[in-house]
Structures are given as structure tokens and as C-alpha cells.
Design a protein around this ligand. Sequence first.
Ligand SMILES: [Zn+2]
Length: 489
Amino acid sequence: MSAGAGDPFETVIGLEVHAQLLTRSKMYCGCSADYTDSPPNTAICPVCLGLPGALPVLNEAAIQSAISTGLALSCEIPAFNKLDRKNYVYPDLPKGYQISQYDLPLCVGGHLTFESGGELRTAGITRVHVEEDTGRLVHRQGDHGEDISLVDLNRSGVPLMEIVGEPDLRSPEEARDYLAALRQILRYIGASSGNMEEGAFRCDANISTRATDGSVVGAKVEVKNMNSFRAVERALRYEEQRQRDVLAGGGTVPQETRGWVEDRGVTVSQRTKEQAHDYRYFPEPDLPPLAVTSEMVEPLGVSLPELPLARRDRFVEAFGLPAADAALLTSEREIADLFEEIVGANPEPGAARRAANWIVNDVMGLQRQRGLPSETLPFSAAQLRDLVSAVEEGEITARAAKELLPQIKPDEMPRDAAARLNLLSLNDAGTVRTAIDETLAAFPEAVADYRRGKKAAIGRLIGETIKRTGGRARPDDVRARLEEALAEA
Ligand SMILES: [Zn+2]
């Protein structure tokens, strides 16, 4: 549900995203940031364990990646920023504080343009700052059935950036679309994998409800524990309705933090404003403030790739593609690169459209069927170029190509595969002629219709003839020969 004309309430949503930065090492030490395959508590050192006397060293690649993110979101990069200690006590945080950024973040004041409901929307970006991840708690049952909690510190110190958005979103759908666009940009610039299931891309939301006539304003509610795009949309839709029901009933919405409970489809109160943390932020004494020079920022700006929306629009403009196809082809940078490699710089528009059609429908269909990652197509650019040109030149019919596609071996050229599978176009006039004769004999009504002037009847005859050649006869060739045969008798 989103606010429309006559709606007495308006929904206000702002998102806070934590994204794991794709760096080799952790934020303040040399441990590997790729901890997923390591046994618990092995990808650690005195720094990320928070042992007394261990000193942090800032990861330059993480800072560069976060600045690139800020630039992609049109943020300002202030010349001066610093790191701060955020103090709280929890078993997954061995130091008793997290090194984060408080009043002087790395990037400020940007925006994100995204598409939602077929329209372009722009939402403000408040800030982008860097921080470190915490360890993980694993809850399980012990040998005697007792509940135990184990601490795994492999994730402790992994570089994160927090991207705080302005409360500019007006519906759960818009929040989902904003989130998807942000994730796509982070993947395009290589700042983060954006993998939500693995926890490399996490989102908390602030949502409030106000009357459109200004008579009632609900407090801001923070929603946590949403672990997928679908969960974000569902949780916000639930929360939107809950707040509206409370306000419509004359109640008040208190400021609080609520957790999304996926299997019950509800949010539940976790803590109220009175229990809110006081983090006692103060400047991190072990790391000097960071001066960001233009020598550092400018090369990062220059090396930013063309971003998804711009690339989509260019695909529509330059290749004459339908917007929906262009959006699919630019969904991942790798696929957009592959498409441009296949069609070249100045393709004939019809050829580019047909190639796009192949990739979007058949190749991406096979990609889904095979469960490949969203950025990986089942074929190389060379294979796809061979296939597209073979179809363009009539060596393989479109119909035969569909049959061929799933049978192409890794590294096998489609033309070779077609030869192996006897799927190359039929250029043997005798075989086509035999198929035509059989078809004419089998469908006398269509033949009579055609001769009475109902020329569309030839479509059926073409289709039936092609079927009799196992899809290998070329439609243009069959049409010409059929027209000839029908004129003869
Ligand atoms: Zn370490």
C-alpha cells in the first residue's frame, strides 16, 4: 500500500545499509577478510581480538572503496574525517567498543536515483562511513540439552561501510527498489558483493506514519532483522499497516526498535527509547584523523564505471533495445560487458535487438535453469558471437538454435555443436522439396485456402514443412520454395 490521492496517511521511510567491503584484509589488521571457509576463531590476530596493547592500522583499500561508493552516490568527500569509538558491551565485541565514525564521516550529502513503479525517483544519501564488523554468536544446545552460546571472532574487524539514506522513501515498494538499486551500484563498482543471504549486505529501516493533513505524527520506529529484499518489503508493509491502525484508532506510535519475525510475518518490540543505548562516542586515540586529498579522490572518480541506469539508457539509445531488455542486460556489469563484446561498437540495430532477445530469453533462461550466479552466463562472448552470427547468416535456424543451446559443451563453438548434432540449416534442396510435397498432400484445405486468395494460409504450410525437417529448414527458403510449388500446380 502506498500513499495516493485521498489517503489520510503518509508513510516515511529511511534505510540504513551495512555493506561488507570487498577487501582482501580486515579493516584494522592484516587478517583475511574472507573468513567464511575458516574454522571458528582461526582468521584472527591480537588486533581483531582486541587484546590489550594491540594497535589498529587503517586499511587503505577499504577507504578507497568507500570513497568510490560516495562518488557513485554523488556525495561530497570532506577533506577531513576521523574515526571514533562506539562503546557498548556485548559478547561478540571483544574490545568493548567498535571503531566507527561519528560526527565527521567519510562521505556526506549525496543522492541515489532509482526506478520504482515505472518512474524515476531520487532519494537523499545522508552519509557513508566506514566501520568494522563484530564477531558472531552461535546459539545451540550443549551435550546435556542446555542452551549454550559460542563466540566466533573470524568476522570481527571485517570492513563495513554504512550508507545512511534520508527519509525520502514513501512506500515499502519504493524502499525495496531503492535497496536493489543501491546493491546494483555497489556490485558495479566492486565495492561489495551485496550478498544479503551471506550477511554482506544488511538493512535496517526507520519508518513513521503521519496524517497527510498534519493532525497526527507517529514517532520513528526502527525495524531490524530483515534478511532478504522480500523480508524488507514484507516487514515494512506490516509495519506501515500496524502504525496506520494504531493512529486511526486514536492511539500513539511510540519511538522504539522492533524486530521482524520472518516465520510469523510480524514485527515485535525489542526496546523503547528509554532503553536506547548511549554509545559514549569519542575520537579513536590509536588512529590519526584522515586527511583526504584531491590526489586521492580524483583517480577514484575517473575510474568509476558507467553506472547501471546510465548504461541501460545508452543501451536503449545506441542499440535500439526495448527498455525491459536493456534493464536485464545491464542488471550485472559482467553481462552488460559481455553483450557489448558480442555486438561490437556499431551494430546494425536489428542485429543488436535479435542478439539481445537471444540473451534475455534463451541464454538467461538457461542460466536460471542451471542455477548460475546472476553475473555468470553459461557461455563465453566468443561462443555467443558464433551463435548470433550463425543465426544471422542462416547457417542455424532460430528454431534449431533453441534446441542446440542447452547441448553446447563448455568451450564448444555453437557451429561445431550444430554440426555434431546435425542441426545445421538444411541446404539440401531435395530434402526440402520432399518435405514440401508431403506437407501439401497432408493439408489440402490450407492449399485450397491459399489458392482462393487467402495468402495467410501459407504460414501454416511453412510451419508444417519446417517441422518435417526437424526445424533445420530456413523459413525464408521454405517460403520461397512453397510459393513456387503452389504457383506450379
Ligand atoms: Zn586480525
